[in-house]
Ligand binder design. Structure first.
Ligand SMILES: Cc1cc2nc3c(=O)[nH]c(=O)nc-3n(C[C@H](O)[C@H](O)[C@H](O)COP(=O)(O)OP(=O)(O)OC[C@H]3O[C@@H](n4cnc5c(N)ncnc54)[C@H](O)[C@@H]3O)c2cc1C
Ligand code: FES
Ligand code: FES
Length: 470
């Protein structure tokens, strides 16, 4: 996503987005952009314009009644943190909580995760296991399909040109339903090598309902119906679990690629299905093992910011507590505008793909990757870069001073991003235990592997600041 090689349209309503898409075949919808902009880095072909869905309020949020309606632009982090989702759809909350890095979860959307149609995406397996449906909109029309029917092949959905995914619908599971999501990546923030979600209805020990879905073991996320058939009507015991495991392993068709072999992926599916059923038999489900909620302001589109202008535009926002205005090219990245136009060179660019965290800044209280964030989207928002931290410790904030004193500062490239991820954590969670600090830093790579001092510095800052880290 560099420079002005595509136009950037920001409709303020669903109708306007659909009309813009109907006007030209060379447009592309974009949600959080964490797949789209990485693809733009890898491939030379671009659309004439992207149609950003970020300013469309009706696409954001979770309505919960007998059916959950999750707007397509709801962020992955907001799903992971939603109390009702956590208690009623815990396997979905778990998948959302382990997807990518904190910076990615803060902008990535459920709509993008599904419409990217990656077989290894994290949200499809639990959604298939909960029997989710897709609400699809086109100009003047709306239709609903089983979510399974959305996926056609890697990178391709069944959406017709000009259609968009408006929401995901999930009926509230019947009382007694237990669901578990498991995945395996090479490292904790990696895409899954294989994943599986299991949702079971039990009457005593008799299995009354079963849905099992798997990821990264076929061209699309898939239901494992043969394994479900073994379970429904059977007593859930060791013998039934062994038969369900064998049926699941026989049903998948994984490939071997650079990330894992087909045999290993097949083996993982057997382990996931058997382990989930063992745990369900023991009375467990994912509700008991969800990642800690991240206290932060809910993500919402700023009001009345939609526009369908083409070309550069003037963007006004608060940068480090000062009002700034800057002319921004369509498609310009926040990291470039901060560094090249506003001279805030403390924000670094490492990978340019959302993987290293060197470009981390805080937007409206949340850590994001400035290399994947469209500069035009900070209009009306509050942005903090490393230059915005200051305090009583010889001009340094308590957090910065703790990094200096504790050996947390190791190189100038990673440190600003590390400190901003830590600040975003401590602002909402002033005294986090070690595991929550490590999780908050999981999107910040240190190639010299000095995490021990970095984590200790944050612990030290937390204890010194006693809830007032600046
Ligand atoms: C460093 C990194 C780590 C990642 N780790 C993971 C991971 O662990 N697990 C995982 O599942 N994914 C991961 N991803 C992939 C990505 O973050 C997710 O797929 C994310 O949910 C995509 O959402 P988005 O809003 O950013 O999508 P976008 O990039 O905005 O869009 C993705 C696709 O969906 C289309 N689209 C978006 N919204 C709609 C809509 N409402 N209607 C129709 N089409 C639409 C776009 O045109 C595009 O084709 C990772 C990405 C990065 C960069
Ligand atoms: S994550 Fe943005 S530069 Fe690496
Ligand atoms: S802090 Fe930069 S490589 Fe370790």
């Amino acid at each position: 996503m560099t420079g002005a090689r595509h136009d950037y349209l920001r409709p303020g309503s669903l109708e306007e987005a659909l009309r813009l898409a109907a006007d030209s075949s060379r447009t592309r919808f974009v949600g959080g952009g964490t797949d789209v902009y990485v693809q733009f880095c890898a491939r030379p072909e671009r659309p004439d314009a992207v149609i950003s869905l970020r300013s469309i309020a009706e696409l954001v949020g979770i309505e919960a009644g007998d059916t959950f309606r999750i707007g397509a632009m709801t962020t992955v982090q907001d799903i992971a943190d939603d109390e009702d989702v956590r208690s009623s759809l815990p396997a979905l909350a778990r998948a959302a909580g382990v997807l990518g890095t904190p910076q990615i979860r803060n902008v990535a959307t459920i709509g993008g995760n599904l419409c990217n149609a990656s077989p290894c995406a994290d949200l499809p397996p639990p959604l298939l296991a909960y029997g989710a449906r897709a609400e699809i909109r086109s100009p003047g029309a709306s239709r609903e399909i089983a979510l399974e029917a959305l996926f056609v092949e890697p990178g391709r959905t069944s959406l017709a040109p000009g259609e968009l995914l408006a929401a995901v619908l999930v009926d509230r599971p019947a009382p007694g339903t237990r669901a578990i999501y498991q995945r395996q990546g090479r490292v904790s923030v990696d895409l899954s090598l294989a994943s599986a979600a299991v949702a079971i209805g039990l009457d005593g020990r008799t299995c009354t309902a079963a849905r099992i879905a798997a990821g990264a073991v076929a061209p699309t996320p898939v239901r494992l119906r043969a394994a479900e058939a073994v379970l429904v009507g059977s007593t859930l015991d060791k013998e039934t679990i062994a038969r369900a495991r064998a049926a699941a392993v026989a049903a998948v068709q994984p490939i071997t690629d650079v990330r894992a072999g087909a045999d290993y992926r097949r083996h993982l599916i057997g382990v996931f299905v058997a382990r989930a059923l063992d745990r369900i038999l023991a009375g467990e489900c994912d509700a008991a093992r969800l990642p800690h909620r991240v206290p932060a302001p809910p993500t919402a589109p700023a009001p009345s910011r939609g526009d369908a202008l083409r070309g550069p535009r003037r963007v006004a926002f608060a940068l480090n507590a000062h009002a700034v205005e800057v002319d921004v090219a369509p498609g310009a990245r926040l990291v470039d505008v901060l560094r090249d136009q506003l001279g805030r060179t403390g924000t670094k660019e490492g990978c340019g793909h959302g993987e290293c965290g060197a470009c981390t800044v805080i937007v409206d209280g949340r850590a994001v990757n400035a290399c994947l964030y469209p500069a035009v989207e900070v209009g009306g928002r509050v942005v903090t870069t490393i230059e915005g931290l200051e305090g009583p410790e010889n001009g340094l904030s308590t957090l910065q001073r703790a990094f200096v004193d504790g050996g947390g500062i190791q190189c100038g490239f990673c440190t600003p991003g590390m400190i901003l991820s830590a600040k975003a954590l401590l602002d909402g969670d002033p005294e986090p235990p070690r595991d929550r600090i490590a999780r908050a830093l999981s999107g910040n790579l240190c190639r010299c592997t000095g995490y021990v001092q970095i984590i200790e510095s944050i612990q030290h800052a937390a204890s010194r600041a006693a809830g007032d880290v600046r």
